[in-house]
Design a protein around this ligand. Structure first.
Ligand code: GCU
Length: 665
């Protein structure tokens, strides 16, 4: 199907993906609106592929005659939770058993993913349950077009699905289609608006609440709870109170009443997301209160209704002086929050960016993760490709997120096991392909699936996405298509890293919009992101012994490992250390030769990916193929620009020639 404004791209749910299920006799048993959703999916698949959909409150005698039974058995809630399900196959029948309707919806999409394999042979009972209870998207959508940030802050996929030029779009069919895709990837929560809450957006909590309720109504049939980003100053800007002090009784009463009104309109409302005392947003510091005081104010208002506050830990001084070498932005979240461990309410979740700075292509895992055992944790990743090619470059982030989730902060427990939630800043918009770059859909899909199963091999998730989205078996050459898609996607994150900022140094981007190279763009800026390159060397000394002390924020074994350039992993060397250009990496190369080599290789890899993509023209829907091909032209142009800027910059600084005599300007 060709994507158009009227019919958005089916992404990973093309009709074809339902063939196996739709050509069978399927019994859906249970009651409730999510069971209705399951039945609706089955009925339309069967209408398309000649199967038969039967609906019943109880399976009873009907089950014998069906190929697939999807049913709810409330008794198993303890073992399955609300979202889990059992899958088994025997006596020529596949059975999905859930303890609650939400689990049945996930079970249905699991059967879709399996395709024909769901109906082959015997299958002993498997239990499927999400590891993280909340898999959430944060939309950075504005209601009004922001003069600098536009309709969607850091959005690279057209406009917002929810608002246009200050008014609700009201295109709820599109929102429903979006919710359906998200449900099939495992997402179960969505915050509809930007964490930077401007004046008009603040009113979503009160005067414009109906718009949020409409979105919640559209997302509810897919098991997605709606959340709202709110401003900490709401009692002042909306309530007319003289203060937003979290310990003030009138402020507490205002939040309690306002929140009760939200629940009257949206009974299953998920809760609030808050960016406080960060990049100009108001917060508790103004009243001499702590972030635990701030978070607990909202947690207390939400608690009677079963809601949660996601309180962001992205708190740092964005008015630094580059001459001051004692302040280190990377330290900030840990320094602010660890003293508060144990003080946050049970329904407050600290939402921590996966790295200590800001979604760079390579950062260590934030030392705050794992450092607050008495506080609930959400790990925040960025699907929108702010620093990773802005959806003009192919950069599949699955391997990066997987590394974060598998990281073991204290050498024992993994991040994926200690978090309550995985949150991704959304990369979707009103673009017909949802994500601007059609291959960026893979990031959206992967994040939901990793939240379900953080230990999964991300490549298997990508393969799943390939099978669903491109249905290779229905093309003339399934193996060539699969191999081609893997070739352009599997290594794309490392390719991007190669031609951009080297060895974990980060932020060599154009200030403001963050696209394209500018090595010194942030070098003397108040935002606190530096590389300290001079004629002798490059990198930030964050060691305990001679640097900012950041390395000491980690537990063992990481604090020791990162402390010394001898043991620090190559890919993070310049994040933790300032070293001479002649420093020899574990790879055996000098830092300067590594910079040259990776930048040449990165461009060659993009050239090769573009060639592979071109070779798939006969196997991919033409509109989609053309859109990707067009973006490869820009990616290649940009990669060459990056290569030449970075190589020339470091050649001129260091005076060290390339060992292979390649052209450096
Ligand atoms: C980055 C991004 C901002 C965003 C901020 C955040 O700094 O550039 O646009 O508001 O992160 O996560 O709050």
């Amino acid at each position: 199907m060709t994507a158009s404004a009227a019919a958005p791209d089916p992404a990973w749910l093309p009709a074809e993906a339902f063939r196996a299920l739709g050509s069978r006799r399927v019994l859906v048993a249970g009651t409730g609106s999510l069971v209705d959703t399951v039945h609706g999916e089955v009925a339309s698949a069967c209408a398309a592929f000649g199967g038969e959909a039967v609906r019943a409150a109880e399976p009873d005698g009907l089950a014998q005659a069906c190929d697939l039974l999807l049913h709810v058995r409330p008794g198993q809630l303890g073992e399955l939770g609300a979202e889990g399900f059992f899958l088994q196959r025997g006596d020529a029948r596949t059975t999905v058993t859930a303890a609650a309707p939400h689990g049945l919806l996930h079970g249905l999409f699991h059967v879709v993913r399996l395709g024909e394999a769901a109906f082959a042979g015997e299958r002993p009972r498997e239990r499927h349950r999400p590891a993280l209870g909340v898999r959430m998207l944060n939309h950075w959508d504005n209601v009004r077009v922001h003069p600098v940030m536009g309709q969607v802050e850091r959005g690279y996929a057209g406009g917002s699905l929810f608002w246009r030029d200050g008014t609700a779009r009201g295109d709820l069919d599109r929102v429903r289609a979006y919710g359906r895709l998200l449900a099939a990837s495992g997402i179960n929560a969505l915050a509809v608006n930007n964490v930077n809450v401007h004046k008009e957006e603040a009113r979503l909590l009160t005067g414009r609440l109906g718009e949020v309720a409409d979105l919640a109504d559209a997302l509810r049939p897919f098991g997605i709870r709606t959340h709202l980003s709110v401003t900490f100053a709401a009692p002042v800007v909306l309530g007319g109170l003289p203060t937003a002090d979290p310990l003030d009784e009138a402020v507490r009463a205002w939040w309690a009443e306002t929140t009760a009104r939200v629940y009257a309109a949206i009974p299953d409302f998920g809760g609030y997301v808050v960016k406080a005392d960060s990049e100009g947003q108001p917060g508790p510091f103004a009243y001499g209160r702590s972030h635990a005081d701030g978070a607990n104010l909202l947690a207390d208002a939400l608690a009677p209704h079963g809601g949660t506050v996601h309180w962001r830990a992205f708190v740092y001084d964005h008015r630094q002086d580059w001459r001051d070498r004692t302040t280190d932005r990377a330290r900030a979240a840990y320094d602010h929050f660890t003293p508060l461990d144990g003080e946050f309410a049970g329904n407050a979740v600290l939402q921590v960016k996966h790295g200590p700075v800001d979604f760079q292509v390579r950062e260590p895992v934030s030392p705050l993760i794992g450092a607050m055992p008495g506080t609930r944790l959400a790990v925040e990743v960025q699907a929108t490709q702010e620093y990773t090619g802005q959806q003009r470059h192919v950069c599949w982030l699955g391997p990066m997120w997987s590394e974060v989730l598998r990281f073991r902060p204290d050498g024992a427990a993994g991040v994926g096991g200690m978090a309550d939630a995985l949150v991704a800043v959304s990369n979707a918009g009103d673009d017909p392909y949802w994500t601007g770059h059609p291959l960026a859909q893979a990031n959206l899909y992967t994040v939901g699936r990793l939240g379900w199963h953080p230990g999964a091999d991300p490549h298997r998730i990508l393969d799943e996405w390939i099978e669903l989205t491109f249905t290779p078996e229905r093309t003339g050459d399934p193996e060539r298509l699969r191999a081609g898609l893997r070739a352009v996607l599997y290594g794309s994150w490392r390719t991007y890293e190669k031609y951009t900022a080297p060895l974990g140094v980060g932020f060599m981007v154009q200030p403001g919009h963050h696209y394209g190279p500018s090595v010194d763009g942030y070098e003397y800026s108040p935002w606190g992101t530096y590389h300290f390159a001079d004629r002798d060397g490059v990198g930030v000394d964050r060691s305990r012994a001679t640097g900012t002390g950041y390395a000491a924020q980690y537990a063992k074994p990481w604090a020791q490992l990162y402390e010394s350039p001898r043991t620090c992993p190559d890919e993070l060397l310049l994040f933790f250390h300032h070293v001479p250009y002649g420093h020899v990496l574990h790879s055996g190369k000098t830092v300067i030769q590594h910079i040259y080599d990776t930048h040449f290789e990165g461009v060659e890899e993009v050239e090769e990916a573009r060639r592979v993509w071109a070779s798939l023209a006969d196997l991919v829907e033409p509109g989609r193929h053309a859109r990707v091909a067009e973006r490869y032209e820009e990616q290649l142009r940009s990669a060459r620009e990056w290569r030449d800027h970075i190589n020339s910059y470091f050649f001129r600084k260091s005076g060290v020639p390339d060992a292979h005599g390649r052209r450096i300007y």
